[in-house]
Structure formats: structure tokens, C-alpha cells
Design a protein around this ligand. Structure first.
Ligand code: FES
Ligand code: FES
Length: 417
């Protein structure tokens, strides 16, 4: 950070262009001068790991790193973080690669409700990076800037003390501050806001690409970003499905060319607005047993041709997380019918990502299987929706498939001599 930005005479409601790098992703934002960094991280960038407790600088829940040092995000205006390098708890580690501090918190049961945990993780990271020789006896005072209402602190102190011991100067061959691993989950990726209007182009994962969508969107009446950029990481879930439908090629091609009709074939999906230039706004609902997800977002037709279409979509749900998708559909004549090939790459973050890969794969495969059936029905002039994606139906279908796979494997094993 080059110091507080000079902003003079910003009228109420006027926005200030602000650039920052958040967990390795450069972003450009238009923020109101009165908005705090914590609100921008949570509401505009969808990084809800930064919690808000008191919003007065007392509880420490909102602690993030700015240029490597711990700061209370509720006390800093977002425009003051112009040019800053920000690390939130999402950047510290990922489910696939936890930071040693996160591992230690898990091992020592250093959380109950977990509300204070992001604050403790970021504060203890800052402490161990800047005071690697800190002694266990000093930890209660050093960590007193974060308040926990559940644990009684003992296990939190034990968790931090264990990491401090492991990376204490002299404890390892690397006798310098870099012994404690840096944040492990900082990389260029797409950040999605918590609503369509917030996601609408205020954010870009591309350095130097201006995407001041709210201002332009308001002027033009459109509410979509300049483009949808998919993460350059492995998708959370992929689907590759070949299904034969009874309708002739020409009828299925007509459905592929009609995006609003195509959307009605995807269980739980609904188009709510056409934004022009092959951009669409919509929502998708998925229910799996007691877990109900509801996303709002935008989709773009990235490519279309005879018998094929490629769609990009991104959306989010304040409670559940964020999703991005690339869906390619291609058809080919097969006898009197048509083969529909669906290839989908889904990127999930937040609570939905914790489903686990194999469950996500099963759910996605089942949904696209229903999609293929619905496309066949629509091409034959019937109502596309074969069945509502009820929570029970989806869960039952996924469990039934798993049970059938397990029984087949068991049966095969038993038949082997
Ligand atoms: S929310 Fe920032 S210190 Fe409490
Ligand atoms: S674990 Fe609940 S507030 Fe700390």
C-alpha cells in the first residue's frame, strides 16, 4: 500500500476507483468512499471468511493482512486500501492444502462455532511471521486482540504454540522468518460478488482490465460483467455425458439455438432476464436432502455453431458459496435420432465445495442426465421439465446409483474364482 489515497470532495453516493490485489488476484472496484474494507471483501468480492463481530475494532474477527501485516478490516475504508496487497483467511490455505496454523487449529480442537477462527488464524499468522521467537507464555497476551466466546482460549493457545515451536528460529534448518510457510492459497482466480449487481463487472481477475460494470451497467441498462473468466485451476466437478435422444437432429438443433428454452431443460434453472448480446441473467436451485442451494448469476453464450453451443456462467449464493461453469453441448445425427454430448466443468467454492468431489460428480452427472432427457422431450414438442428436482428425488437418485455401483462391484468380486 502506498499510503492512504488522497480523495478530496467525494460526494455522498459517489464512488472511488480502487485497485487492490486480493489473495493473489488483482481486482478493480468502484467503491463508495464510506464503505469499509470488510464490507467490500464480503459483499463485493464474496470473501465471507472475513467475519464481522463488533465493527468497532474491538473483537478482531475481521483481521486480514494488508501488505503482510494484520489489520482490522472493519476500521479501514476500502478506498484507503488502494494499491494494497490483501490476504484474507481464504488465501491462507485451502481444503486441499491447509496452512500449518489451520491444521494445528483442527488438531487441537481450537474452535467451536468457528466465528472467531479467521481472526485468530490471521492474527496468529501475523504474530509468528513478525515474532517467530514468541514464547508460549506470551501467547495469551499477544493474541488478546481477538475475542472468542466459545473455547476458553486454552486450545487456541496450544494450537498456535505448537506451530510457533515447529518454526521457531533454530528449530529448523531454515533460521529465518520464511520458515513459517506463507499463505498457500493465493493465486489469480475469479472472484464473484454476492449478488448479480455486485458481481456485475466490478471485479476482474485480469490485472489491468478495467471492469467498472456498475457505472456502465447503470448507463446502458445491462448488468453483466465484461466477460466471465474461469479459474485456471482444476474444476471441482466435470461431466462428460453422451446420451441418445429420439428426436431428429434438426429438432434438437432448434432447442440448442433457443437459449431460454434450453434453460428450462436444466433442472432447477430459470432465466430471469435477457441482457442482450447473448448475455442472460438467471437463477438455479439445487436441493440435496436438507441442503438447499440457490444461486443467482449471469450466463453468456461464448460460442455457437451448427449443432453446438458453449456457455459460460457464474453465480453465487450468500449462504452457500459461488459457482462458475463452462458447459459445451454438441449434437450429431444417429439413425433417426440424435446424440447429445454434454461436457461441463464446474468450479465451486464455499459451503457447496465441501460436498466432496465424488458426491458433486454424482449430483452433476444426474442433473445433466435429466437435462438430456428434457432436451429430447422439448425437441419432440413436449414440455421439457420431466420432473422437479426435489431434494428427496435427487438424493434418492444419487444414493440409488451409488448402491447399484457397490452391489455390482460386490457381485463381480464374488463371481471371480
Ligand atoms: S469486527 Fe472488526 S474488530 Fe470486531
Ligand atoms: S469458536 Fe466460537 S467464538 Fe471462538
Amino acid at each position: 500500500m502506498t499510503g492512504p489515497r488522497e480523495v478530496n470532495h467525494v460526494a455522498a453516493g459517489e464512488t472511488v476507483p480502487t485497485r487492490m490485489t486480493v489473495n493473489g488476484t488483482p481486482v478493480e472496484l468502484s467503491v463508495q468512499a464510506r464503505v469499509t474494507l470488510a464490507d467490500v471483501l464480503r459483499e463485493q468480492l464474496g470473501l465471507t471468511g472475513t467475519h464481522l463481530g463488533c465493527e468497532h475494532g474491538v473483537c478482531g474477527m475481521c483481521t486480514v493482512l494488508i501488505d503482510g501485516s494484520a489489520v482490522r478490516a472493519c476500521l479501514l475504508l476500502a478506498c484507503q486500501a488502494d494499491d494494497a496487497e490483501i490476504t484474507t483467511v481464504e488465501g491462507l490455505g485451502s481444503a486441499a492444502e491447509l496452512h500449518p496454523l489451520q491444521e494445528s487449529f483442527g488438531k487441537h480442537h481450537a474452535l467451536q462455532c468457528g466465528f472467531c477462527t479467521p481472526g485468530f488464524l490471521m492474527s496468529s499468522y501475523d504474530l509468528l511471521r513478525h515474532q517467530p521467537s514468541v514464547e508460549a507464555g506470551e501467547l495469551p497476551a499477544e493474541l488478546s486482540g481477538v475475542i472468542c466466546r466459545c473455547t476458553g482460549y486454552r486450545t487456541i493457545v496450544e494450537a498456535v504454540a505448537e506451530v510457533a515451536d515447529r518454526y521457531r528460529p533454530g528449530a529448523t534448518e531454515t533460521d529465518d522468518l520464511s520458515a513459517l510457510p506463507p499463505p498457500l492459497n493465493c493465486a489469480r482466480r475469479v472472484l464473484i460478488g454476492r449478488s448479480v449487481s455486485q458481481a456485475a463487472g466490478q471485479i476482474t481477475g485480469d490485472a489491468g482490465t478495467k471492469a467498472d460494470g456498475d457505472a456502465r451497467g447503470a448507463a446502458s441498462g445491462s448488468r453483466h460483467p465484461d466477460r466471465i473468466i474461469l479459474p485456471d485451476t482444476e474444476p471441482t466437478t466435470t461431466v462428460d455425458l453422451n446420451r441418445k435422444v429420439a428426436a431428429p437432429f434438426v429438432d434438437v438443433a432448434r432447442i440448442l439455438a433457443d437459449i431460454p428454452l434450453l434453460a428450462t431443460c436444466l433442472p432447477g434453472a430459470e432465466l430471469t432476464a435477457e441482457l442482450g448480446d447473448d448475455w442472460y441473467q438467471g437463477r438455479a436451485r439445487v436441493a440435496l436432502g436438507p441442503v438447499k442451494l440457490s444461486f443467482t448469476g449471469v450466463a453468456q453464450v461464448a460460442e455457437r455453431g451448427k449443432g453446438r453451443v458453449r456457455l459460460l456462467a457464474q453465480g453465487g449464493d450468500p449462504a452457500s458459496g459461488q459457482a462458475q461453469a463452462e458447459i459445451s453441448l454438441a449434437i450429431a445425427p444417429e439413425g433417426a435420432g440424435t446424440t447429445l454430448r454434454t461436457n461441463a466443468r464446474l468450479y465451486l467454492t464455499g459451503r457447496i465445495a465441501s460436498f466432496g468431489r465424488s458426491l458433486s460428480d454424482d449430483v452433476a452427472a444426474h442433473m445433466f442426465d435429466q437435462f438430456a432427457t428434457a432436451v429430447g422431450r422439448a425437441a419432440s414438442g413436449q414440455r421439457p421439465a420431466t420432473r422437479q428436482t426435489s431434494a428427496f428425488h435427487l438424493l434418492a437418485a444419487v444414493l440409488a446409483k451409488r448402491l447399484s455401483n457397490s452391489l455390482s462391484t460386490l457381485f463381480r468380486r464374488n463371481r471371480q474364482p
